[in-house]
Ligand binder design. Sequence first.
Ligand code: MG
Ligand code: MG
Length: 300
Amino acid sequence: MAINKVKIIGVPLDLGANRRGVDMGPDAMRCDGLLRAITALGIKVEDTGNLPMPPRPENIGNNPKLNYYDAIMQACARVRDAVDASITTGAFPLVIGGDHSITIGTAAALSKHYKRIGLLWIDAHGDFNTEDSTISGNIHGMSFSTAVGIGRPSLVDKMGVRTTVHAENCVLISARDLDPLERANLKNSKVTVLSMREIDERGICDIMKQALAIATKDTDALHVSFDLDSMDPVYAPGVGSPVAGGLTYREAHLITELIAECDKLRCLEVVELNPILDKRNATGKLAIGLIASALGKTII
Ligand code: MG
Ligand code: MG
């Protein structure tokens, strides 16, 4: 399906992460020309600005395993409704974060519209903790498991939509930093993990062919959730949780270029840009380039 109309949904949320600053990610992308880059592809863009976020609570709340639970769930409900409205009006939702907890809302909206969703989770981390396995209580580390319906009702039922993201159609790409219990959660699930080790051994083209085959098998939609910390910090210093040994500039572009060729792509999410930690907005510019590639920009 050719993408001819994009709706930008800015989600300035940083309560799901340890470090502050990713709430400024959406505006940093806009400042560096996100709209221009999409318009240049001949795609109509509507930017409705940032979703209103609840004020930052004074403390993390009653449950140290789910920091800022109430506020984050409020924010995710707004993401759910905005993505839902975008799909209903025939616009491709481009969700820009914000921390990775926002996928809880995105996945719920997609589940209202599609019967079986494949998901590519591109991330240095697994984000596959649950309320029981988490060490930090940071909800951005539980959003992938929540999206596939693994975990307690506090997260998996909160959006009021039964997820149609199937674990057997999910692939974690570029992982290199997993918590011990999170690793066990992943191994016990049907998610395919293609870590940096596999990328080093087989090359990103081969990896992406396998990932796309898994994510599109019997599915009616593909969602891509791109955490910028999947990149090597050399290229993407402006992220809250950098991990050495990540994707190169060209590997990331080839990932998004191959995604653009998949006719089942229905939603793209780019998260965890932290302008405070960025160097002359290098990571913001990189994010815009990757979004353009995923929406169809080609070299020739
Ligand atoms: Mg993440
Ligand atoms: Mg990450």
